[in-house]
Design a protein around this ligand. Structure first.
Ligand SMILES: Cc1cc2nc3c(=O)[nH]c(=O)nc-3n(C[C@H](O)[C@H](O)[C@H](O)COP(=O)(O)OP(=O)(O)OC[C@H]3O[C@@H](n4cnc5c(N)ncnc54)[C@H](O)[C@@H]3O)c2cc1C
Ligand code: FES
Length: 286
């Protein structure tokens, strides 16, 4: 059974091959769609038709969490999704064998730098989703590279992908708001001692985490510590391919009178260098 995929960055007729609740309110959805899977890069996203038909009208955005491998060939994608509202609720009820419309792969991938760097992956909540594919790509590139996965969540039930990423020989740090697993506090506190030249930080999570991270990175750089840091923003994306301007983020720009301009995060991002965004103008809730 093959998905009726056309070219890359296009609409694909995928087929649901698995859909199961793996943690309270969190579903692992597997979609067979070989052309999309072969074209996907770590950090990219897709737009999913949550239900067959026109309700809800808008597709929803999801990170590509992992690839489904068949005899060394990528034939499908894995999505990790938390049920929030009507779209994600409908997705959770998708059944194996059903056709599902997928658009992608979309957006910029993370810059994975070089194998000599210490890769520090920082996730908040469902921001964990892209990092299994990232960690797998890094480990396939180099068996020796140091990779650390730091994940924060409100409680132990919402800490995702630790076992899968640990199995790739990565160091793990867990932080929870209520102390039910790992460090009692924020994931950015685990990051502090790792900010050093030679590190490369890739982050995905809610805006409050990004704001704390941006301040932390600015402080470290002011102390002379230079390292790259990228964040993957998750603004609502009504279309996902640049047609609606519903996903704009404030980007620093010296050529604009107010020192910033709005950029469409679906096509200019969703991955940006942390310093590219005006965090004081980003909304706090997410
Ligand atoms: C790049 C990216 C990657 C993401 N990756 C993941 C992931 O891997 N896993 C995950 O769980 N979540 C991910 N998300 C978040 C996910 O897209 C949202 O949780 C999802 O859209 C919620 O949909 P919902 O219908 O359940 O919730 P709702 O709250 O019903 O809708 C979500 C949003 O869609 C918009 N919307 C809904 N209806 C309308 C309408 N009629 N008109 C205009 N706008 C409307 C609204 O802005 C609304 O806030 C990602 C988001 C982005 C942008
Ligand atoms: S989501 Fe429509 S322009 Fe970005």
């Amino acid at each position: 059974m093959d998905g009726n995929c056309s070219s890359a960055v296009a609409s694909h007729g995928g087929v649901v091959t698995a859909n199961a609740e793996i943690a309270p309110g969190c579903w692992r959805l597997e979609i067979r769609c070989p052309d999309l899977a072969r074209a996907a890069r770590p950090g990219q996203f897709i737009m999913l038709r949550c239900r067959q038909g026109l309700d809800p009208l808008l597709s929803r955005a999801f990170s590509i969490c992992d690839l489904v491998d068949e005899d060394g060939d990528a034939v499908g994608i894995v999505v990790l999704q938390v049920v929030i509202g009507v779209g994600t609720g409908a997705l959770a009820r998708r059944v194996v064998g059903e056709e599902i419309g997928v658009l992608g792969p979309l957006g910029n991938p993370y810059d994975l730098g070089s194998p000599e760097e210490h890769m520090v992956l920082v996730a908040g909540g469902i921001g964990a989703a892209p990092f299994l594919m990232v960690a797998r790509a890094l480990r396939e590139r180099s068996a020796a590279q140091r990779i650390t996965y730091l994940v924060g969540a409100r409680s132990a039930d919402h800490v995702y992908l630790v076992d899968e990423i640990a199995a790739l020989n990565c160091e793990i740090g867990v932080a929870t708001d209520d102390g039910s697993s790992g460090h009692h506090g924020f994931v950015t506190q685990l990051l502090e001692p790792l900010l050093a030249p030679g590190a490369r930080v890739l982050a995905c999570g809610p805006n409050p985490m990004f704001k704390a991270l941006a301040a932390q990175v600015e402080l470290a750089r002011a102390r002379g510590l230079e390292f790259p840091c990228e964040v993957s923003t998750e603004e609502n994306m009504p279309c996902g391919y640049g047609a609606c301007a519903g996903c704009v983020v404030p980007l620093r720009s010296s050529s604009h009178p107010d020192g910033f301009r709005y950029g469409k995060s679906c096509v200019e991002g969703p991955v940006f260098p942390v310093e590219a965004i005006r965090w004081d103008l980003m909304r706090s809730t997410h």
